[in-house]
Design a protein around this ligand. Structure first.
Ligand SMILES: *Cc1c(COP(=O)(O)O)cnc(C)c1O
Length: 359
């Protein structure tokens, strides 16, 4: 007999492991919005030194890192919480805000982790369709009921790319009742260059119900080390996140890597700028070919291939380019280097005619 597990698991997506490159195979790894370069030598050194303390538990409060993040963002330490990736903090956000039967609102399509994290809690996901490629904040505000405990906004939106405008988020926060926790997932904040885009930090002082999530996985290139953080409008939110956290979830090497990365921030942000410089030229070339690629503020672009998605994804796969297809909807492609952009453009051209492509 297999154990009796929760019936709701049948409604959750199963874990699908990504493809691993075979030795000697020249794969472009553009499926997970990772940075192309490894951690800086100073970061690797810090991690190596930290491993020597591996017989000890990590600092559960991540005191040093919390202080560094508080100083960097100009916020009180009591309003900072770290987690093993911002995905973990999203799970904690659900845990601190909803009981079974409560509602969680988020846009769809958005980050693929949201539905499972919400459903497994027993809360009811309320998915508000995107308006084109962007959050429909008006409809999201209208979807709030007495049962709503959490709203998740994603800016820039993974996987479609557009960022939310600061003015629109401010209006949204004025509309939503202030007892509803609003999480603004800014996993790609460092790649944003549109001056009108939201920077959640600026709204925290006026909105205690707001919490901003950032991560070291993307811009800082530490996806494999698992570390992210929350900047909360209220100290109560940050301390609740700590209450429900898996004890010692942020490892000693992860804390050391984050601290060393903050110390080397200028060098890392230069890498980010190099990726940002690739983004619009890649989009323009894909537009020329005939793909209706929305403007992106992240380190990825979205090919809205619709019903043709799996066929087009197959063409990328044949070309040794790992991308992230969402069946029936589109393909997310990570932006990295000029060389990878060439490969993407060649594959995108070879895949024509795609469902929504003109060329
Ligand atoms: C990548 C990503 C995350 C980050 O996840 P980590 O757990 O910090 O690696 C969070 N939100 C979105 C929208 C993402 O794309």
């Amino acid at each position: 007999m297999t154990p009796k597990l929760r019936p709701l698991l049948r409604g959750l997506p199963a874990y699908v492991p990504g493809r691993r490159p075979q030795p000697g195979q020249d794969l472009a790894r553009l499926a997970s919005n990772e940075t192309p370069l490894g951690p800086l030598p100073s970061v690797i050194d810090a991690v190596a030194r930290a491993v020597a303390d591996g017989n000890r538990y990590p600092d559960p409060a991540a005191v040093e890192l919390t202080a560094a993040l508080a100083a960097k963002h100009g916020i009180d330490e009591s309003r900072v919480a770290v987690g093993c990736g911002s995905v973990s903090l999203i799970q904690q956000m659900v845990q601190i805000s909803v009981d079974a039967g409560n509602e969680v609102i988020y846009a769809w399509r958005s980050f693929e982790a949201y539905p499972s994290l919400v459903k497994v809690s027993g809360a009811r996901p309320v998915e508000v369709p995107l308006d084109g490629y962007e959050h429909d904040l008006k409809r999201m505000a209208d979807a709030v009921t007495d049962n709503t405990r959490l709203v998740i906004l994603c800016s820039p939106n993974n996987p479609t790319g557009p960022a939310l405008r600061a003015a629109d988020v401010a209006t949204f926060l004025q509309t939503v009742p202030d007892h509803v926790l609003v999480v603004l997932d800014e996993a790609y904040a460092e790649f944003v260059d549109d001056p009108e885009a939201v920077d959640g930090r600026r709204l925290l002082a006026d909105h205690p119900n707001l919490a901003v999530l950032r991560t070291f996985s993307k811009a800082y290139g530490l996806a494999g080390l698992r570390i992210g953080y929350c900047l909360a409008g209220a100290a109560e939110t940050a301390s609740a996140l700590r209450q429900v956290a898996v004890p010692f979830q942020v490892s000693i090497p992860a804390q050391a890597a984050a601290l060393a990365s903050l110390a080397a921030e200028e060098e890392l942000l230069q890498r980010v700028r190099a990726v940002v410089q690739e983004r619009e030229p890649l989009r323009n070339r894909l537009l020329e070919i005939g793909y209706d690629v929305p403007p992106s503020q992240g380190n990825f672009v979205w090919l809205p291939t619709g019903a043709d998605t799996m066929r087009v994804a197959g063409v990328f796969d044949e070309a040794g380019i790992l991308v992230r297809p969402f069946d029936g909807d589109g393909i997310r492609v990570t932006v990295t280097t000029a060389a990878d952009s060439e490969r993407v453009v060649a594959a995108a051209r070879a895949a024509l005619p795609a469902g929504t492509a003109r060329g």
